[in-house]
Design a protein around this ligand. Structure first.
Ligand SMILES: C[S@@+](CC[C@H](N)C(=O)[O-])C[C@H]1O[C@@H](n2cnc3c(N)ncnc32)[C@H](O)[C@@H]1O
Length: 259
């Protein structure tokens, strides 16, 4: 569990590294603390029904994980992984002394025993991972799932989604939750930052539902699209998946419960 300020090995290629570097620095993706709190409160609300009672949850690309405490009301333990060393440092400080939370670095993640994760969360992360890297990542994460385990892949961006859709969604959230002015300021700051250049140069991975379901299947995961996205961005998509050789030991089994 070191906090070495090196780029994650889950980000082996320059494009992925560019994004990790972006997230590792101060940025204005979130308008203020209130935005971050509302964002994670909405996430916590949507994730609640999927949490395994007393089970182990791995939150891959967890960010500042402000939903962690609410998740711990139901699950047994929480493994938090983020490729950004700065994020990990904040999490490590926050959860020091909490025996139910482990903040993982790359080495810890690689050392997790197969089959020990009951719920895998990958929320708003796939867009920062170049598509050629996705198959290996999904296979690696799939091995960690317990036979009855489940994965939630959320906030997946559809090809052709205009940047304006995200901007509108953020402004709506700011209006609804009382931080509209801060949202406007943050969006201007984001526009003036290197965000758009990083997005243009490093890419921003997008998937059709069928494309994502194919990726899941190739990795040995049987997926279904959820009726609505998890979290505060309704125009994006969420998927639930379970190991194909999971509950039924190899034969095709029922699709994951999506509700
Ligand atoms: C939009 S935030 C999502 C945070 C959280 N999951 C949520 O839904 O609010 C994206 C997070 O993914 C992390 N990330 C980016 N590239 C990654 C990679 N290759 N491996 C793991 N995490 C990555 C970033 O550091 C950042 O914390």
């Amino acid at each position: 569990m070191d906090s070495a300020r090196s780029v994650s090995s889950t980000a082996p290629f320059p494009a992925a590294r560019r994004w990790v570097d972006f997230w590792d620095r101060p940025h204005s993706v979130y308008a203020n603390r209130r935005h971050l709190e509302v964002h994670f409160a909405l996430l916590a609300q949507d994730i609640a029904e999927h949490l395994p009672p007393n089970g182990t949850v791995l939150d891959f690309g967890c960010g500042d994980a402000l939903a962690a405490e609410r998740m711990l009301e139901r699950c047994g333990s929480l493994l938090l992984f983020d490729a950004s060393p700065a994020v990990r440092e904040r999490l490590t400080a926050r959860f020091a002394g909490n025996p139910r939370v482990r903040v993982l670095d790359d080495r810890d993640l690689a050392a997790l025993p197969p089959g020990t994760v009951d719920l895998l969360l990958v929320v708003s992360v796939l867009q920062y991972i170049p598509e050629p890297d996705l198959p290996a990542l999904l296979r690696r994460l799939r091995v960690l799932l317990s036979p009855q385990g489940k994965a939630l892949i959320a906030d997946v961006v559809d090809p052709g989604t205009p940047l304006l859709a995200d901007v509108a969604s953020q402004l709506r959230m700011g209006w609804t939750h009382g931080f509209l002015t801060a949202s406007l300021v943050a969006l201007v700051r984001l526009t003036l930052s290197d965000y758009r250049r990083v997005r243009r140069e490093a890419g921003f991975a997008t998937y059709t539902p069928d494309g994502l379901l194919d990726h899941l299947e190739q990795a040995g995961l049987r997926g279904v699209r959820l009726p609505r996205n998890i979290g505060p961005t309704p125009h994006r998509r969420s998927f639930a998946a379970e190991p194909m050789d999971g509950a039924d030991q190899g034969a095709a089994g029922p699709a994951p419960n999506v509700q």
